[in-house]
Design a protein around this ligand. Structure first.
Ligand code: PMT
Length: 224
């Protein structure tokens, strides 16, 4: 049988976009397909972890062997993650909206000759930062992603410190890279020990590499 080094470990993974309502029929979202986050959930489950996958709306199939929790907004995603704790591992791969709209209760009406409505934005909770700083509830190993379009590694190094996660995987999401929605990814793993540049891999292969690293780190921290 395949080795299951994560048997007995619990993991929470976020994936996909969040969707923030403008009114009952309109929303703001982003181009995340869920491919990277879903692949991470599948790879952790394949190593034996008990995985809760908290996903925004996506069109790809559910990975086998994980518990799915479907959400829409960033606030729903945070609540679902908190409800899934305690966990040993948290991987935040979702593209969470930094801001939400003060949503209207009724469909916004176009007024003849009227000015377009102004959208008033307010800040969403940061799921990765909140759970990285959750005290006794903090998962043992917290891994974020950093989606950048310039000075990718430098920004990600700062983001890891600011949010308080253990590891961050930086990826370039400039349109030419095809990272959002595509099948491949070029990642840089940033830890306390420095920066490791990974080759361009399929999202599945990158997820398997990450899951193997997570299994090694947890085995070293608390051998079973
Ligand atoms: O879904 P795919 O099409 O496969 O694309 C994969 C991906 C590009 C979405 C993925 O690889 C990725 O980079 N995910 C993180 C996207 C993102 O929102 O990055 P960020 O740099 O804005 O956020 C940094 C980290 O904080 C991320 O772990 C993010 O999940 C988390 N975050 C951000 C804002 C917020 N309010 N809450 C969060 O938890």
């Amino acid at each position: 049988a395949a080795p299951r080094p994560l048997a007995g470990r619990r993991a929470v993974v976020t994936s996909g976009p969040t969707v923030e309502a403008i009114d009952p029929v309109r929303f703001i979202a982003n181009r995340s397909s869920g491919k990277q986050g879903h692949a991470v959930a599948a790879a952790l489950a394949a190593l034996g972890a008990e995985v809760t996958l908290v996903s925004g709306p996506v069109t790809i199939p559910d990975p086998a062997g994980v518990r799915m929790v479907r959400v829409e907004s960033a606030r729903d995603m945070l609540a679902a993650c908190q409800a899934a704790l305690p966990a040993d591992i948290l991987v935040c791969a979702a593209a969470v909206a930094d801001w939400r709209v003060e949503a209207a209760d009724q469909k916004l009406k176009k007024q003849p000759g009227g000015a377009p409505p102004a959208l008033v934005l307010s800040e969403n909770p940061d799921i990765l930062a909140t759970l990285s700083q959750a005290g006794a509830r903090r998962p043992r190993l917290v891994v974020g992603f950093a989606a950048e379009t310039e000075t990718v590694v430098e920004h990600a190094v700062a983001k890891r410190r600011r949010k308080g996660c253990d590891w961050i995987l930086a990826n370039d999401v400039s349109p030419a890279t095809g990272t959002f929605g595509g099948d491949d990814n070029t990642l840089h793993l940033i830890t306390d020990h420095g920066v490791e540049d990974w080759p361009r891999l399929t999202k599945q292969a990158a997820a398997e590499r990450l899951a193997a690293r997570i299994a090694e780190a947890l085995a070293a921290a608390s051998p079973k």
